[in-house]
Structure formats: C-alpha cells, structure tokens
Design a protein around this ligand. Sequence first.
Ligand code: NAD
Length: 550
Amino acid sequence: MSRKITAKTGLEIECKGWEQEAALRMLYNNLDPEVAERPEDLVVYGGIGKAARNWESFEAIENTLRNLEADETMLVQSGKPVAVFRTHEDAPRVLLSNSVLVPKWANWEHFNELDKKGLMMYGQMTAGSWIYIGSQGIVQGTYETFAELANQNYDGTLRGTITLTAGLGGMGGAQPLAVTMNEGVALCIDVDETRIDKRIETRYLDVKTDSLDEALKIAEEARDNGKPLSIGLIGNAAEVHHEILNRGFEIDVVTDQTSAHDPLNGYVPEGYSLSEAKKLREADPEEYVKLSSASMAKHVEAMLQFQKNGAVVFDYGNNIRQVAFDTGVENAFDFPGFVPAYIRPLFCEGKGPFRFAALSGDPNDIAVADKKMRELFPDNEKLMRWLDMAEEKIAFQGLPSRIAWLGYGERAKMGLALNELVKSGEISAPVVIGRDHLDSGSVASPNRETESMKDGSDAVGDWAILNALVNTAAGGSWISVHHGGGVGMGYSLHAGMVVVADGSDRAAKRLERVLTSDPGMGVARHADAGYDIAINTAKERGVNIPMLKE
Ligand code: NAD
C-alpha cells in the first residue's frame, strides 16, 4: 500500500483541536511530494529518514490524531502509535521516541535487522518528528556556515572561489544556494540525476551537466568573472574528486553531504549505477556496505589531498570521516567538523535553527511574520540580511515556512509575537513553531554538534534527554527523543520540540516556557563545558545555573 499525501491547508479542521490538527498537518507536510525525497516509501530526507514506520502505522497515527482529545497524549514508538493516555491540557499531545536502541546494540546491523522485521524505523532528525520544512530548513545554517568560512578565510565573501561538494538530497540540496548567496561558485556532484533536477526546479541550483570538462569550464569562467553560480554534475564523488585532482584543477573549499552516515542506504559505491546499486543492496547487503565504505575511504582520501593542496576542507555532519577511519584512513579526522570550526559560538548563545510554518497554507502569513521579525530585531544585521535573501530566493515547499536562527530570549519573544498575530487575525490560522534537532542544547553527537567540546564531554548523552524532559514539562505540543540522526547508529542522541501558537492565552504561557527552557538548555550545556560566551550569556540574560563558574 502507498498513498499520495499533500500538505493540508485552510481554516477547516478535522481534529478535535488545532494542536492535534497541527500534528496531522505537519505529518502530511513531511510527506508532500514537494517536501519529501521519496514519499511513496514514507522517506522524508537523510537516507531512510521516515515520517511513519509503514503505511498501516501512518493511517493509525492519522486516525488517532483525528480522535485525540485536548487532554490526551499519543505515544509513538519508532513511527508506530502504541498508546494513548489521559494527561492534561498543557501536556504534549504527542510524545515520540525514534530509533533508540540500548547502547550495546546500537549499530546498523542490529537496527537493519529490526527494521526488516518491522519493529523499528529510522527517524533522522525532523523526519520522524514531523517538523521538516524542505531544504529551507537547513539553508540558513548552511549559509551561516559558508559566511563564517568566508570571514575566516576570504574577507567575508566567497566571490572568486570554487566550492566542491557532493550530495544534492534534502539537506545537501541547500549547499549550492548557500554558496551562491555568499557570492561563490559551487560545483556539486550527485549520482542521482533526479535529485539534481529537483534542486533546479526549486531554484536551489542553477545549471546541470553530465560532463566534468564542461562543469570545470563553466566553474572556471564564473570564478574568473566573480559571478555566483551553482553547477550540478551527475557523477560519483569517489571517482570525480580524484579526476579533478588528477587534472590539477584548483579548488578552494571542499565539503560533502552524501548520506555517508548510512553505508547501506545513503551512499552509492563507485562504478555502480543507481539501479545496479539497488539490486546489490537487496541481494547482498554485506558486500554493499563493504564497497560503499571503500568508496567513502577513497572519497575522504581525495578530500585530504585537496586539503594538502591548500583548500579549506571540512566535514558537513554526515560522519564520512568515521566511515573512512573505520576503513583504514588513519588521518581521516585531519579536517574538522563544521560545528567546532564555524557554529559553536552561536550555540553558546542558544542560537540555532528556530523555524515556523503557517498551517493556513497562506504565504501571506509568513510575510506578516517576517515583517514582525524585522520590527523585533532591527539590530540583528545577519538576520536582516538573511530575511532579504530568503524573501527573494527561497521557494516554499509544502506549507509556507521560515527558518530564522534566533537565540535565548529572542525565540520566546518571537513565539509570543506570533501568537499575538494569530490572536488578532493578522495571521490567518495557527502557526507551528519548532526547530531542527541540530541545535544548541538538544543533541549529543561527538562527531558533529558536540565534537571537541572544551571539557571533553562530547559523548555525554544526558543533555539531550534533559532537553526532551524539560520541554515536555514546559508544555511543548509534540516532543521527541531520537538516536542516530544525521550521523548514524551509535553516534548520537537528540531531541526535538514543536509548540503550537493558536492565539490563546494558554498557548502564550506554554510558548513562553518552552521557548525559554529549550534554548536555555543550550546556554547551560555550553556554560557547563566552560565556554565564556555561554557563561556571559547566562549571566547577562539571567539563565539560572546553580554551579555557574565565575
Ligand atoms: P539524502 O539522502 O536526501 O541525499 C544524499 C544524496 O547523496 C543523494 O542525492 C544521493 O544520490 C547522493 N549520493 C550518494 N552517494 C553518492 C556518491 N557516491 N556520489 C555522489 N552523490 C552521492 O540526504 P540529505 O538529507 O541531503 O543529507 C545528507 C547528509 O547530511 C546526511 O548524512 C545527513 O545526515 C547529513 N546532514 C547534515 C546536516 C547539516 O547541517 N550539515 C543536517 C542534517 C543532515
């Protein structure tokens, strides 16, 4: 069984309240063909990141949400609804736990076995927690990352530079736009032509070719003319990167967003077409993992060579260094991950990928919200620049939405403002407010968000669990705990939160609490690890941390 799901819009609701309706609409939105990468298989993004375990579970979730009372909570275990309990009106309507395995069993082999038996599902980060908003969800973070890279290396702009990367999937598809927004040239490799086409359709990518010669010629011309341009090249990164090196072609920046975190489903081995890869994956999964891991090792060796040649090289959160290391590339970790290199100072202020979606489906609701954001934070230059570009360049996918990196204090302010706009009718229907799990206080991931923590606490998972617990206590609308996410089995624990602004006074209280405690966890986590920015943020803005260092 498979169904075609599209985002539901309008003011009429089929559930018993807007909160339940919001969960239903965001589940649908995750699977809208404009939003999801493989909706027929319930796959939203990130390899096999799914919104529900199977179609039967999907329908059970739908029906349960339709009948759920305002004082009940549905429990979802890896994409399957398993119980409904009476709680109370300020409690979450949905609690989800995805892909969590007992640590000793937390590896792909065991997960794949359970997945095959229908006992598990891979939740990624926002796939299984119903707050994915298409590539926009990642584009601001990607933009900020490249902007910081440009600040550190090229006087604040990528003009006149070429960035080489691979993977134009749901998240990776944000790379070309983020590079051109920073005025650079992006050369993006993907084995799957349909992924390249999708990025062109949604205006994230400019041109495509299947010829390396042509790609390099166009890239060189654009670079020499200082013209921002993104090029999609059909090919396998494990091969193409070495061909570029062999030609002595100069590349300035190298990163990668293939789904390397999942060697069986996320990475195509060199020499294999998509259909051959699919056949081998089914016929001999062990051999597949061996071949894809060997290709990833080769891919990382090329990245290391680019680094030796003088390029700025960084890991973009897909755990490719770990796979290469496990396959014998001893110096795989010679290039850094993007969080310690570019993002951590933002995390210290509780900043991260705050986002909201208009349940009405009316783009004007986002225009009203953007205007409010400009009024509230006029001195935040980065945010103003981002809004200018987003309004001009971002094509909405599914429900109109906005990503805006906001920090401690700012999120609660914006959440309450959105609730007021819903109350006054300036925004036509309730708004869903959430974030990626890739946030300041919600994730433990030693090869990514918590790589190289100042106090060595990279692998401490308590913070992610505490984040979910406090957001539940504070009254989020749906709260989730996941394992694996963007880096794969055994490498991370993380939590998600969504809270609905329906214009009511009750919602205002919940919004204020959740949108304070959630980024507050980020400040507390980094202050505890000894980061000065976080310690100062806590002191200046009054985050209550009992043992705060002086
Ligand atoms: P996706 O599965 O939608 O896309 C991966 C893409 O890689 C596909 O288009 C696939 O065709 C391509 N690919 C696979 N093997 C290839 C090869 N050998 N050569 C060239 N292309 C190849 O995944 P996504 O949602 O785009 O995420 C990409 C990765 O980034 C994942 O590992 C994800 O966990 C990670 N991620 C990063 C961030 C971040 O902020 N940096 C956030 C979330 C996820």
